[in-house]
Design a protein around this ligand. Structure first.
Ligand SMILES: Cc1cc2nc3c(=O)[nH]c(=O)nc-3n(C[C@H](O)[C@H](O)[C@H](O)COP(=O)(O)OP(=O)(O)OC[C@H]3O[C@@H](n4cnc5c(N)ncnc54)[C@H](O)[C@@H]3O)c2cc1C
Length: 501
C-alpha cells in the first residue's frame, strides 16, 4: 500500500555481514528496515533508512522427523518449510494464505496466522527457537522454556502484570503492540520477539515445531442471504471444533461469480473444514454443521475428501487475485484490513464496517477468518475521484472507533507497521505504551531498527506515503510497472533486487 524510497538496500549474505551492518548502523545512527518478501500489509517492511533484504542468504530448510522440528533460514518461505515437512508426513499447522512467498522471518515478526489458526493458533505457538542478531551485532539463539536473555533487563512488576492483563484485547488473535501478555504468561524472551516487526532484532533462522498431517478432512461451503446470520452460524460452527471457518462477503463473491464459482445473490459464504482421525468422524462433523444451520443457509456444498475440499476452496483462492486485478480506477487498499473482535461481536463488527463504508462512500470487500472473529477488509476507492483520500481517512477513523467500542484489536495477524502505530495509545493506554517504549529501549536504545513501526513517529500519519494518488513518490516507470506486476500476479517471492536488473 505504501511507497517509501529507501536510502539504500543492503543484502547481507551471512550472520557476520549482518552483524557488521548492524554495528555500522548503530555507530552512524542509520535506521535499518529488516525485510523478507515484502508482502506484509501495514508498512513494517519499508522506510526511509536502509532496507535489510535477507534474500541473498539465510535460506534452507532441514527437518528432524524424530524431534518433529524444522530448522529454516529467515528467508525460507512457509511453502518451502511445508514441502520439506510433508516428505516426513509432518506440517506446520498455521497456514498463511501468503505461504507461497511469506518468509519465516516475516511470519515470526508479524506473528502470522491463517485459515487453520482457528484450531492451531498463530505461528507463536509453533516457534521453538530463534537465531537473532541484535543491534550490538552479536548473534544469539533463544529457545522456548530457555529463560530470558535481554528480556531479563525487562522485568515486569506486579502492577505492570495487572495492567497488561486489564489492557490487552480479549480476542482470539492479536498481532498489535508488543506481546507483553504472552510474555507475562510464559516468561520466555521468545514471546517478546515474536510479533515485534523487526523493531528489536534481526532474525536469521527459526526452529519450527511440526505435527503429523491429520489423516482425514471433510468440509462444507455454506451460503447465506443475510450477513446477520453470521451472528448465530459462526459460534455454532466454532463449537464443532473446525480447522477453518473462512468468510467471503457478497462483494468478493461478485468478483468470482463470473468464474461460475458460486450461487449468485448470496450475502456471504462460509468455507468450513474439519480435520479428524477418521473419515467417518470428519463426515459426521460436516453433517452436524449442515443440519444445525439448515434454517439459515441458502447454499450448501459438501466435500468429503481432499480433492473435493480443493474444489471448495478454489473460490477462496480466486479472491486475492481478483482484488489485485481490479482496474486502476478501483485500487484495493488495505487501510482497515486486519481488525479482530471477540467472536460474539463479529456480527456487530461486520454491520458496523458496512455502515461506515456506506457513509464514507468507499466500497469494501470483506473476507477472512470468521471463526476467530477476524476479517480482512479491502477498501476499493476510486483513486481518480476528488476527495477519495479524505473518504479513506474517514473510514480509517470510523473503523478504529468501532474496534475500540467492540473490545477488538486493530491487528489480528498482520501487525501494526506504520499504518496502526499511532492508534496504539488509544487501544493500550499510556501506561502500557510506556512499557512498550521501555522494551524497545532494552533492545534498541538508539532506535535503529524500524523506527516508526509499533511505536509511532512524532509526525505519524497513517495514510501518508501511499503508492497511489498524485502524491505517490516518483520511481522509474519500468520499476513501477514491475511492482504492479508483482501485485497482480502474487509474485512477492521474487527477490526485489531482481526487479531492477
Ligand atoms: C495476498 C496476500 C495474502 C496474505 N495472507 C496472509 C495470511 O493469511 N495470514 C497472515 O498472517 N498474513 C498474510 N499476509 C501478509 C503477509 O504475507 C504476512 O505478514 C507475512 O508474514 C509477511 O512475510 P514477508 O516475508 O513478506 O515479510 P515482510 O513483509 O518483508 O516483513 C514483515 C515484517 O517482518 C519484519 N521482518 C521480516 N523479515 C525479518 C527478519 N529476518 N528479521 C527481523 N524482522 C523481519 C519486517 O521488518 C516487517 O516488519 C498476506 C499478504 C498478501 C499480499
Amino acid at each position: 500500500m505504501y511507497r517509501i524510497v529507501p536510502q539504500a538496500v543492503a543484502l547481507p549474505r551471512d550472520t557476520a555481514e549482518l552483524g557488521a551492518l548492524l554495528r555500522w548502523a548503530a555507530a552512524s545512527g542509520t535506521p535499518l528496515v529488516p525485510r523478507g518478501s515484502g508482502s506484509g500489509m501495514p508498512g513494517g517492511n519499508l522506510g526511509a533508512g536502509v532496507i535489510v533484504d535477507c534474500s541473498a542468504g539465510f535460506g534452507g530448510v532441514s527437518v528432524d522427523p524424530l524431534r518433529r522440528v524444522a530448522r529454516a533460514g529467515a528467508a525460507a518461505t512457509w511453502a518451502q518449510v511445508s514441502d520439506a515437512a510433508r516428505r516426513h508426513g509432518l506440517r506446520l499447522p498455521p497456514d498463511p494464505s501468503s505461504g507461497a512467498f511469506a518468509t519465516c522471518g516475516g511470519m515470526v515478526m508479524t506473528n502470522a496466522a491463517g485459515p487453520r489458526s482457528v484450531r492451531y493458533g498463530s505461528v507463536r505457538r509453533w516457534v521453538e527457537a530463534l537465531d537473532i542478531v541484535g543491534v550490538d551485532g552479536e548473534a544469539r539463539s533463544i529457545k522456548r522454556d530457555g529463560g530470558t536473555g535481554t528480556g531479563e533487563a525487562f522485568a515486569l512488576d506486579e502492577h505492570a502484570r495487572r495492567l497488561i492483563e486489564a489492557k490487552f484485547p480479549k480476542t482470539r488473535k492479536n498481532s498489535s503492540g508488543y506481546a507483553l501478555d504472552e510474555y507475562v504468561r510464559s516468561g520466555d524472551e521468545l514471546d517478546l520477539l515474536i510479533g515485534s516487526e523487526g523493531t528489536l532484532a534481526c532474525v536469521t533462522a527459526v526452529e519450527w515445531r511440526l505435527e503429523p498431517i491429520p489423516p482425514d478432512q471433510a468440509g462444507v461451503a455454506l451460503g447465506f442471504r443475510d450477513l446477520a446470520a453470521l451472528g448465530e452460524a459462526v459460534p455454532y460452527l466454532v463449537a464443532l471444533n473446525p480447522s477453518a471457518v473462512e468468510l467471503l462477503d457478497g462483494t468478493l463473491l461478485s468478483f468470482v461469480e463470473d468464474a461460475g464459482a458460486v450461487t449468485p445473490g448470496l450475502a456471504c459464504l462460509l468455507l468450513v473444514e474439519f480435520e479428524r482421525e477418521t473419515s467417518a468422524a470428519a463426515r459426521g462433523a460436516v453433517g452436524d454443521a449442515v443440519r444445525g444451520l439448515r434454517h439459515l443457509t441458502a447454499h450448501v456444498e459438501t466435500a468429503v475428501d481432499r480433492a473435493g475440499l480443493e474444489r471448495l476452496w478454489a473460490v477462496r483462492r480466486l479472491a486475492s487475485p481478483a482484488l489485485a486485478r481490479l482496474p486502476e480506477t478501483q485500487r484495493s487498499l488495505q487501510v482497515v484490513e486486519d481488525g479482530c473482535v471477540p467472536l460474539e461481536r463479529l456480527g456487530d463488527y461486520i454491520a458496523g464496517l458496512r455502515a461506515a463504508a456506506a457513509a464514507r462512500d468507499v466500497p469494501v470487500a470483506i473476507f477472512g477468518h470468521a471463526g476467530d472473529g477476524h476479517v480482512h477488509v479491502n477498501a476499493l476507492p476510486d483513486a481518480t475521484r476528488a476527495g477519495w483520500l479524505d473518504a479513506l481517512r474517514g473510514l480509517y477513523d470510523d473503523v478504529a472507533d468501532l474496534l475500540l467500542r467492540l473490545g477488538g484489536t486493530p491487528s489480528g495477524e498482520h501487525g501494526d507497521g506504520r499504518l496502526r502505530a499511532g492508534l496504539l495509545p488509544r487501544f493500550f493506554g499510556p501506561e502500557v505504551m510506556a512499557l512498550f517504549r521501555e522494551l524497545k529501549r532494552a533492545y534498541d536504545p538508539r532506535s535503529i531498527l524500524n523506527p516508526g513501526v509499533i511505536l509511532p513517529a512524532a509526525d505519524w500519519q497513517p495514510l501518508a506515503d501511499l503508492k497511489v494518488g498524485a502524491a505517490a513518490a516518483a520511481i522509474p516507470d519500468d520499476i513501477a510497472a514491475r511492482l504492479r506486476d508483482v501485485e497482480r500476479s502474487g509474485g512477492w517471492a521474487v527477490p526485489k533486487p531482481e526487479l531492477a536488473r
